[in-house]
Design a protein around this ligand. Structure first.
Ligand SMILES: NC(=O)c1ccc[n+]([C@@H]2O[C@H](COP(=O)([O-])OP(=O)(O)OC[C@H]3O[C@@H](n4cnc5c(N)ncnc54)[C@H](OP(=O)(O)O)[C@@H]3O)[C@@H](O)[C@H]2O)c1
Length: 269
C-alpha cells in the first residue's frame, strides 16, 4: 500500500474501499441494513485497510462489526466517516458531538481516522459551527483528521479562511467523463488531499476500449488503469465492488506506472 501524508502528518492509504451499498438487503443503497459483513471481510482479505463509510449510509455498525470479525487490531485500519449537513446531525456543537458519539459507538471504536462534512449547505454560519465542533473533537483526539466532501472552490474557501485547523481532505466525485479537474487542482494547491468518489463510474464502450488498449500494455484491466491514473495525479481512490474478484483487481494497482502519453489519453476521456 502507498500512503499520502495529510497536512497534519497523518498517513492515509491512497486506496480504500467504498461501502455505500454494503451490509444492505440486495446491495441496494436504500435497502434495510442486514448486518452482512461478507463484502467487507472480502475486502479486508484482499488487503484493504482503509474503509469509507458515512452516517447517511446507515452501515457504520456493519463496518465496526466487520473490523471486529477480521480479528485485526483497530490501529491497522483507517476509517473515514461523514456527518450529514442536516438539521438532525449538525449546525451546533451539541448536535455534532451527538453525531460523532453515535458514529464512534456504531463503529465500536474510540477514534475515527477521518471525519468529513458530507455535503456543503447554504447556511455559512452553521457550516462553520459544524467545522469548529469538528476542530474541538480533533483536539480531543476523537478524530485524527478532518475534512469536507462535495465542496466547490468557494465553499472550500469558507472553511480555509475561517478555520483554526485546516481541512485535510476534500472527497469529490471524479471519474471518466467527469474528472472534476478544477476542484481537484484547487484542493491540491491548498494542501487539501482530494479523494475520488464513484471512481469506476462514467465509462462507456468507447472509453473502455481506450482504457483496455492502454491496460493491455501493462497487463492491467480498464478499471486498474483508471484507479492508477487517479493515484498518480495525487487523488485517493475508494472504489467499491460487491464482487471479491473485482475488489482484488482494484487493489492490485501498485506494480505499474502509466506513461505520460497514456495519462494524456485518459485525461481526455
Ligand atoms: N462523498 C460522497 O458524497 C459520496 C458519494 C458517492 C459515493 N461515495 C463513496 O465512494 C464509494 C465509491 O463510489 P460508488 O460506490 O458510488 O461507485 P464506484 O466505486 O465507482 O463503483 C461503481 C460500480 O462499479 C463496479 N465496479 C467496481 N470495480 C469494478 C471493476 N474493477 N470492473 C468493473 N466494474 C467495477 C461496481 O459493481 P460490482 O459491485 O458489480 O463490481 C460498482 O457498483 C462509495 O461506496 C462511497 O463509499 C461518496
Amino acid at each position: 500500500m502507498e500512503f499520502v501524508t495529510l497536512n497534519n502528518g497523518v498517513e492515509m492509504p491512497v486506496l480504500g474501499t467504498g461501502t455505500n451499498t454494503f451490509g444492505k438487503v440486495n446491495g441496494d443503497y436504500f435497502g434495510d441494513i442486514n448486518d452482512d459483513t461478507t463484502e467487507l471481510l472480502a475486502a479486508i482479505k484482499a488487503g484493504y485497510r482503509s474503509i469509507d463509510t458515512a452516517i447517511a449510509y446507515r452501515n457504520e455498525s456493519v463496518v465496526g462489526k466487520a473490523i471486529k470479525e477480521s480479528g485485526l487490531p483497530r490501529e491497522e485500519f483507517f476509517i473515514t466517516s461523514k456527518i450529514p449537513g442536516d438539521e438532525e446531525h449538525s449546525g451546533t456543537a451539541e448536535k455534532v458531538e451527538a453525531s460523532l458519539n453515535a458514529s464512534l459507538e456504531a463503529l465500536q471504536t474510540d477514534y475515527i481516522d477521518l471525519y468529513l462534512i458530507h455535503h456543503p449547505w447554504d447556511d455559512e454560519n452553521e457550516m462553520l459551527q459544524t467545522w469548529y465542533a469538528l476542530e474541538n473533537a480533533y483536539n480531543d483526539g476523537k478524530i485524527k483528521a478532518i475534512g469536507v466532501s462535495n465542496f466547490d472552490q468557494d465553499q472550500l474557501d469558507i472553511i480555509i479562511d475561517n478555520a483554526r485547523i485546516q481541512p485535510m481532505v476534500n472527497q469529490v466525485e471524479s471519474h471518466v467523463g467527469n474528472w472534476n479537474d478544477e476542484i481537484v487542482a484547487y484542493s491540491l494547491e491548498n494542501d487539501v488531499i482530494p479523494t475520488a468518489w464513484g471512481p469506476m463510474k462514467g465509462t462507456d464502450d468507447a472509453s473502455r476500449a481506450v482504457l483496455t488498449e492502454i491496460g493491455d500494455q501493462y497487463g492491467k484491466t480498464w478499471g486498474q488503469v483508471v484507479l492508477r491514473y487517479q493515484i498518480e495525479r495525487g487523488v485517493i481512490v475508494i472504489p467499491k465492488s460487491h464482487n471479491a474478484g473485482r475488489q482484488a483487481d482494484n487493489f492490485n494497482v501498485f506494480d505499474f506506472e502509466l506513461s505520460d502519453a497514456d495519462k494524456e489519453k485518459i485525461k481526455a476521456l
